[in-house]
Design a protein around this ligand. Structure first.
Ligand code: NAD
Length: 529
């Protein structure tokens, strides 16, 4: 399946001297407003700042490929089958009636952004997020990738047990055309031992440098054969254990490259794929929780001016947590403990039933409330002066995460969360959430959003005052944070976990690229005479 990606028409035209349209580009001026705050003797002195920038977006949406590592898994096979259903408008029977394919759950395809008000009625005007800038349509993605399991894609879809039978039946011939996933890199030590039976499609040998070259060649071949302008390489394979961070091994770009040359045991398959993509100049997104992006990999991406993003898809429990925790703390209520239990019965759950892989997931799920707590030192005591280590975090709610493998529930994950909070004058509040969802059907649209946004962000350049040339964005695409459980951010900058703030950042950025102001809920005209 090799559809030709066509440039979609621009639905929005901004008429302003700040926004210039040419055949090739949309260029928009943007004033970055902020404030410098000087704290001295408990007094805050605030100096508003304004810095001018310009954004330049290439209008032509290139032909884009998505190469997934873990193609034959639940997410990979579900993504392929649902794109095929959308592409061919395949409807299917369920016990409720006829179901049409759609992209519900995709922020880009199924949610809107407010772009202004209609002058005669004063009513707000909303447009699909995907119409703000030219973006690749999911139906146009060219699909491919690797799996250590060599099951052909139609059979992989059956194995996943995610989609209704009548849909599987109809997409099966199209899935069969995708063939088998490419052989992949398998280092048994990194994923659970219970996955070994799947590993019948592996690149032979133990030479990691040879493996790197092999994967790079796969990416190049896929790009050439499909005449692609861009390939997004996406890890949706099993969660790996954490790699140890070892000085001299994975701490710098050169050390990581040298560690691959000597086939060092702490170089994980996911790191190898990331390095392959970085060296090929193609973006890499990590949809799982492990520390693929060891410091040396981030440094390598920066050096090569390649793009990386991650970590871990934020589909259910953590997404809700990043909303609920913020709601509570911003309401002036003090969460004392957050206790989260999950059980699931798919292959992801099977892999996570091993301790080292669970550990990766636990870490990824754990830091989600940190920034909200740090932002409110009225409720939570600040770190003691001079404190180091764990204590340096200051007061923090108790937070636990438990995951259990229960095969019977299959892909339908259950997440139970208790938020126990202190309220007025010593009172207590307990909120219990029971969240039941088909895991892969929540995750798949996130893979699409991440892929489409990543492709877009490779086409956006910026320049500051006095700079002649436009430059690409920073290698770490933190604008992807909305879809990621443990967002990777530019080294030295703070992680924002609040879902509302992450979405606001994304909307504001897209609007800035066409010369529109960021979101304001001031709505002044509704407040004055
Ligand atoms: P899955 O187990 O069904 O699929 C993973 C696939 O990866 C399998 O087919 C396996 O054979 C393959 N694989 C393992 N190691 C590989 C390697 N080195 N190279 C190539 N292929 C390899 O899992 P899933 O439900 O599709 O989830 C995929 C990943 O996404 C997991 O790490 C999971 O933790 C993460 N994730 C999933 C969700 C969700 O809601 N589904 C949410 C967040 C994160």
């Amino acid at each position: 399946i090799h559809p030709t990606a066509v440039r979609r028409p621009d639905y929005i035209t901004v008429q302003s001297e700040n926004t210039i349209y040419t055949n090739d580009h949309i260029t928009a001026k943007y004033l970055n407003r902020g404030a410098d705050v000087v704290v001295s003797d408990g007094q805050f002195t605030v100096l508003p700042t304004v810095k001018p920038y310009e954004f330049q977006t290439t209008r032509k949406v290139g032909k884009t490929g998505l190469m997934m590592i873990g193609l034959g898994g639940n997410n990979g096979s579900t993504l392929c089958a649902t794109i095929i259903a959308n592409r061919h408008q395949i409807a299917w029977h369920t016990k409720e009636g006829i179901q049409q394919p759609n992209y519900i759950g995709s922020v880009l395809r199924a949610s809107t952004v407010r772009i202004g008000t209609e002058p005669s009625t004063g009513k707000e005007v909303h447009v699909p997020v995907s119409d703000v800038l030219p973006m690749v349509h999911p139906n146009d993605l060219v699909l491919g990738g690797w799996d250590i399991s060599g099951l052909p894609m139609d059979k992989a879809m059956e194995r996943a047990k995610v989609l209704d039978y009548d849909l599987q039946r109809q997409v099966k011939p199209h899935m069969a055309l995708l063939g088998r996933p490419l052989p992949s890199i398998y280092y048994p030590d990194f994923i659970a031992a219970n996955q070994e039976a799947r590993a019948d499609n592996v690149v032979p040998g133990t030479d990691k440098q040879a493996h790197l070259e092999h994967i790079r060649a796969d990416i190049r071949r896929f790009k050439a054969e499909n005449q692609l302008d861009r390939v997004v390489v996406f890890w949706t394979a099993n969660t790996e254990r954490y790699s140890d961070i070892i000085p001299g091994v994975n701490d710098t770009a050169d050390n990581v490259l040298a560690a691959i040359k000597t086939s060092h045991s702490e170089v994980s398959p996911s790191t190898l794929f990331a390095v392959a993509a970085i060296l090929e100049g193609e973006p890499f997104v990590n949809g799982a929780p492990q520390n693929t992006f060891v410091p040396g990999v981030i440094a390598l991406a920066e050096r090569e001016k390649s793009f990386i993003g991650g970590d871990d898809l934020k589909s259910g429990q953590t997404k809700l947590k990043s909303v609920l925790a913020e709601f509570l703390v911003n309401a002036g209520i003090k969460p004392l403990s957050i206790a989260s239990y999950n059980h699931l019965g798919n292959n992801d759950g099977h892999n996570l039933s091993a301790e080292p892989q669970f550990k990766s997931k636990e870490i990824s799920k754990s830091s989600v409330v940190d920034d909200m707590v740090d932002a409110n030192r009225l409720l939570y005591k600040p770190p003691a002066v001079g404190a180091t280590g764990k204590a340096a975090k200051g007061e923090h709610p108790d937070h636990i995460v438990v995951i259990k493998y229960v095969p019977a529930v299959g892909d339908s994950k259950r997440a139970i969360d208790e938020y126990y909070s202190e309220i007025f004058c010593g009172g207590r509040q307990t909120i219990n959430i029971f969240n039941e969802c088909e895991d892969s059907l929540l995750a798949t649209p996130l893979i699409l959003d991440l892929t489409i946004l990543t492709e877009l962000l490779t086409r956006v350049k910026y320049r500051g005052e006095g700079q002649n040339d436009f430059a690409p964005l920073h290698s770490v695409l933190s604008l992807l944070s909305y879809m990621c459980k443990a967002p990777l951010v530019k080294p030295g900058t703070d992680v924002v976990n609040s879902l509302g703030r992450q979405r606001n950042a994304l909307e504001s950025f897209l609007k800035a690229c066409i010369g529109l102001e960021g979101n304001s809920d001031l709505l002044l005209e509704t407040r004055i005479w």
